[in-house]
Design a protein around this ligand. Structure first.
Ligand SMILES: Nc1ncnc2c1ncn2[C@@H]1O[C@H](COP(=O)(O)OP(=O)(O)OP(=O)(O)O)[C@@H](O)[C@H]1O
Ligand SMILES: [Mg+2]
Length: 409
């Protein structure tokens, strides 16, 4: 193999080692296509901590997946509109986008735009107007309807594409704002999976228990299929002990959910959005672009393996049930721990060879313990108005946003 022919560089020449690794990855990953999932995968990219790489990961993974032949949609649900910028899609005031979809009941197909640089990649843009949607939605009296608007809009778009004979969407990525308000709740209700980018710095684990608790509440009351499927370590610098320690903690807290691929710090990744591009087109040979390509591949392949394992397990259970001779039914393979360990919140900053945030040694407030996810009461927390009781039956109301807009007028 050509990739194996590239000689190893010594441990004392990290740049040469990186160059050799990148050359191997370029050969391994070039021109690869990725298999389509059996059904559309909808992933919400969330972490209420700001600046951890949510948008960067959403747009670059989306571009990488589309470059590998998949049909991808990015829903920008952050009023900052950073994902729209990075994907080269206009999002000034009055550009129809996520606000109009949520509040005015606009069809998603009327807001979706094609990303100019990547075939097969679409974007629903967001503008600063979206910040007002939190207020508009808060006025809606039907609690469940107001957090289900995005889900309804997405289902409508998927159905519309099917009716028009257009290819099925393979991946939908929702880029969330750094908060846990009604917009993020809409995104959690619309998705089946949560992808959490984690910046490998001291504060990285703060807030993860709270995010997990909120995801648990959404699972219990609104979206039983929701799961934290993927964690991605971003801005990772393997040379620092702090980054390695944070990575180890995250891997312990979410066994088998953290992608092996880590995203390094790269100037080219941070430059790309100012050119209205992702790094996948801005500098595809760059180490950061190769990492996102590799992460996209892992995202696809790890899911495929999990799906295959689950199918094999189901078949084995059915086979055993049909055979009275076999009494024992083994539990499902241990990929999904029944109860994941709580994310540890260190009392003091771990040592860092690179200095950085660890030097400040801030006092860390202990996070409240997270109850087992599926045993939460059927209530979801609106962080501004307190717990909302969502028990009881409900009918989806697609005109909720429009009624809110009418009230406004
Ligand atoms: N791997 C990386 N290397 C270098 N810079 C990066 C990398 N990933 C992200 N950045 C930069 O870090 C900053 C924060 O990234 P990003 O906007 O993706 O975070 P975010 O979690 O979406 O932020 P917010 O919470 O504000 O939405 C940006 O300036 C981005 O360009
Ligand atoms: Mg962002």
């Amino acid at each position: 193999m050509l990739a194996q022919a590239i000689p190893d560089a010594g441990e004392d020449t990290p740049l040469a080692r990186q160059a050799a690794e990148d050359a191997r990855r370029r050969i391994r990953l070039r021109g690869r296509t990725l298999p389509k999932p059996s059904q559309t995968r909808v992933l919400t990219v969330a972490n209420q901590k700001g600046g951890v790489g949510k948008t960067t990961s959403a747009v670059n993974l989306a571009a990488a997946l589309a470059q590998c032949g998949l049909q991808v949609l990015v829903l920008d649900v952050d009023p900052q509109g950073n994902a729209s910028t990075a994907l080269g899609v206009a999002h000034e005031d009055r550009t129809p986008g996520t606000y109009e979809v949520l509040v005015d009941g606009l069809r998603l197909s009327e807001a979706v735009r094609q990303c100019p640089d990547v075939r097969g990649l679409e974007v629903c843009p967001a503008s600063i107007d979206l910040a007002g949607a939190e207020m508009e939605l808060a006025q809606e009296s039907d609690m469940v309807a107001r957090v289900s608007l995005l889900k309804e809009a997405l289902a409508g778009y998927v159905a519309e594409r099917e009716q028009q004979g257009r290819p099925r969407l393979d991946y939908v990525l929702l880029d969330c704002p750094p908060s846990l308000g009604l917009i993020t709740l809409n995104a959690l209700v619309a998705a089946r999976e949560v992808l959490i980018p984690i910046q490998c710095e001291y504060y990285a684990l703060e807030g993860l228990n709270q995010l997990r608790a909120n995801i648990g509440r959404v699972q219990a009351s609104l979206n039983s299929e929701l799961e934290i499927s993927t964690l991605l370590l971003t801005m990772y610098d393997a040379r620092t002990r702090l980054a390695r320690e944070v990575a180890d903690e995250v891997r312990r807290a979410f066994p088998s959910r953290v992608l092996d691929t880590t995203i390094p710090r790269s100037v080219r990744i941070s430059e790309a959005p100012s050119h209205g591009e992702t790094v996948m087109t801005y500098d595809p040979g760059n180490s950061g672009a190769l990492s996102y390509l590799q992460a996209a591949r892992e995202l696809v392949e790890s899911h495929q393996l999990r799906t295959e394992a689950a199918t094999a397990h189901r078949e084995a259970v059915q086979h055993r049930a049909a055979d009275p001779e076999v009494a024992e039914v083994r539990p499902e393979p241990a990929d999904t721990p029944a109860e994941e360990p709580e994310v540890p919140q260190p009392e003091t900053a771990p040592e860092s060879s690179a200095g950085s945030a660890a030097e400040a040694e801030p006092a860390v407030e202990a996070e409240p313990a997270v109850e087992p996810q599926r045993e939460q009461p059927a209530a979801v927390v609106d962080l501004r108005t307190g717990p909302l009781d969502l028990r009881g039956s409900w009918t989806p109301d697609r005109t909720a946003g429009r009624r809110a807009a009418e009230r406004r007028a």
